[in-house]
Design a binder for this molecule. Structure first.
Ligand SMILES: O=C(O)C(=O)C[C@H](O)[C@H](O)COP(=O)(O)O
Ligand code: SF4
Length: 605
């Protein structure tokens, strides 16, 4: 079915805008691909180093140019529950490669930060920059140029975006992303958040809070809320980087291992040495990017992707804007209710029909481009399935049912939870920002209240503890942009602002910083650009100024006379504390060179 007319029109606009960049990108990619297989361009010395630890038969194979070699880029570490399962993946991939007549080598590792561990801590000021550092690190691994395809082991917030930027920078190579799957369900996310609010009010102690947190985050796998990490899994499947049905199968299961083996074999099958050559940079085009944005809206995905998708697209010469994202949100229905947009978690989403059901529903009314290339072949129709383990241990893929397994979690395109995706761009005299309202009650979509200005989230938390915030107000938390301090997530603001909102006060947040993909219930205008440290008007707001946040009409205004606002001297913040400690001194060049939020907050362009 042809794509929805508005989606076709927005896609065509992106194609037109991107043309010079995309054409230059594809030209570079095709020149690189023409030199493959890439080992043939290496000297004997290069090769000898590259296969020094391989077996004699592997050396003989790698010395030639007919046996495909798979590069593994791994983001394994024990800090992220989601990435810990990757410890055992390389030997499984190597064995699967051998079974398929190929070879696999770990090309390199990349760093991975758990935003849950660094949330509210100085380390969070490295989080966004870690995306581009991950892309660089993956590039270092791939630059050995020993490979005919690559598989990427990464799941969480900045890791998948960084790996996609690398995969598209090495777009002449096929790229398959291999997930490890979600943690099994523990303490429900809404119960965890209730305990957090009780702790913020001093009604429970640290022991009760730690018990609740530990019951929620209790084992290997991705945290089960629908934050940035699980939005990444959705994106990788709907954009065709995952195999069909791979995203939300729990780690440590036979099906998980079978999917890992299958992904390794599939990557070897789509190299230039075979008949289905699928270079990543040709596979991903404007339609794939639009499909990703559609999936983000249809599932109420993380606001972080208003940064990451822009940066990822740019790596393939595709220019995606917040206006595109906002206009797609206006037409794409919300079909999933997963925490923080509901009470369910990703395991419930998967059990209700998961990605196969979602893609089938969106294809039905042309919300997705079906005529796209994927690692599994041509078109998205083959993704309207559920992957299961057959009696012989092989993967079988069955068409998803017509009905949702739980209509309260995953609904049909005929009966959406909302007629739009709830991720809006905001414009006005404070600059440009974004707001996700899929988790905000309708009566809070418009907030007008006096500003209270803070220069970091700790100040707000202290004011809350002093009892100074029991009133209607808009918290303006500024000097949190990429040039100021790396644009941290300010997710620790969610409990106090949630308590005040539950007490009946009209509260909202306006910041040049970020929120977590797990944030949601409080109206928050985030990613304000230009940021306070870059001449942004947010630096001119004073305590008591009336702020009007209107998510219905997409506006954000400080209600101050234009001449007076222009005449005000911008506030200045002392950021000396943000320049050193916990590695921040290592990222000074990133703070100096990072681009605007609506350009992806990247150091690359
Ligand atoms: O968006 C994602 O995927 C996240 O990683 C979520 C946040 O970064 C949180 O920090 C982790 O959730 P909390 O335990 O509520 O702090
Ligand atoms: S989902 Fe977020 S909090 Fe959970 S392991 Fe990944 S980065 Fe850490």
């Amino acid at each position: 079915m042809a794509a929805h007319s508005r989606i076709e029109a927005i896609t065509a606009r992106i194609v037109e805008r991107s043309k010079p960049h995309r054409e230059a990108y594809l030209d570079r990619l095709r020149r690189a691909a023409s030199k493959g297989p890439h080992r043939a361009t290496l000297s004997c010395g290069n090769l000898a180093h590259g296969f020094a630890v391989c077996s004699p038969s592997e050396k003989a194979a790698l010395a030639g140019d007919v046996v495909p070699n798979l590069g593994i880029i791994t983001a394994y570490n024990d800090m992220l529950s989601a990435h810990q399962p990757y410890e055992t993946f390389p030997p499984i991939i190597r064995e699967a490669a051998r079974e398929a007549g190929g070879i696999a080598q770990v090309a390199g590792g990349v760093p991975a930060m758990c935003d849950g561990v660094t949330q509210g801590q100085p380390g969070m000021e490295l989080s966004l920059f870690s995306r581009d550092a991950i892309a660089m690190a993956a590039g270092i691994g791939l630059s050995h140029n020993m490979f005919d395809a690559a598989v990427y082991l990464g799941i969480c917030d900045k890791i998948v975006p960084g790996l996609v930027i690398a995969a598209l920078s090495f777009g002449h190579l096929p790229a398959v992303f291999i997930p490890a799957g979600p943690m099994t369900s523990g303490l429900p996310n809404d119960e965890k958040s209730r305990i957090r609010q009780l702790y913020a009010e001093g009604k429970v102690g640290r022991a009760e809070l730690l018990e609740a947190e530990s019951k929620s985050y209790h084992g290997p796998g991705t945290c089960t809320f629908y934050g940035t990490a699980n939005s990444n899994q959705m994106l990788m499947e709907i954009m065709g980087f995952h195999l069909p049905g791979a995203s939300f199968v729990n780690p440590g299961t036979k099906l998980r291992e079978a999917l890992t083996r299958e992904a390794a074999k599939r990557a070897l099958a789509i190299t230039a040495l075979g008949n289905e050559f699928t270079p990543a940079g040709e596979m991903i085009d404007e339609r794939s990017i639009v499909n990703g944005v559609v999936g983000l809206h249809a599932t109420g995905g993380s606001t972080n992707h208003t940064l990451h998708l822009v940066a990822m697209a740019r790596a393939a010469g595709i220019l995606l804007t917040w206006q595109d994202i906002s206009e797609l949100s206006d037409v794409v229905p919300l079909l999933a209710r997963v925490y923080p947009n509901g009470l369910a978690d990703v395991n419930h989403f998967h059990a209700a029909g998961g990605m196969g059901f979602l893609i089938k529903q969106l294809l039905k009314q042309g919300y997705l481009h079906d005529d796209v290339r994927t690692v599994f072949g041509q078109g998205l129709e083959v993704y309207t399935v559920e992957a299961k383990l057959g009696a012989d241990g092989q993967i079988v893929r069955e068409p998803v049912p017509e009905e949702s397994g739980d209509p309260k979690v995953l609904t049909t395109v005929e009966t959406p939870f909302q007629s739009n995706g709830g991720l809006k761009m905001l414009t006005g005299n404070i600059g440009r920002g974004v707001i996700k309202i899929s988790a905000v009650k309708p009566e809070r979509h418009v907030v007008e209240a006096p500003a209270i200005v803070f220069h970091d989230q700790q100040e707000l938390q202290e004011a809350f503890k002093r009892g100074d915030l029991n009133r209607d107000f808009v918290a303006v938390v500024r000097f949190q942009g990429p040039k100021a301090n790396g644009m941290p997530e300010l997710h620790r603001l969610t409990p106090p602002l949630g308590v005040l909102q539950d007490r009946g006060f009209k509260v909202a947040l306006v910041t040049d910083g970020r929120m977590s993909g797990a944030s949601g219930k409080v109206p928050a205008a985030i990613h304000l650009t230009p940021e306070a440290s870059d001449g942004g008007p947010i630096a001119k707001i004073k305590d008591g100024d009336m702020i009007r946040l209107d998510a219905v009409n997409g506006t954000l205004e400080v209600l101050v006379d234009e001449a007076e606002l222009a005449a005000r001297a911008p506030a200045v913040a002392d950021l000396s504390e943000n320049e050193f400690g916990m590695g921040r001194e290592l990222f000074a060049a990133f703070r100096r060179n990072v681009g605007h939020a609506d350009q992806g907050a990247s150091v690359f362009a």
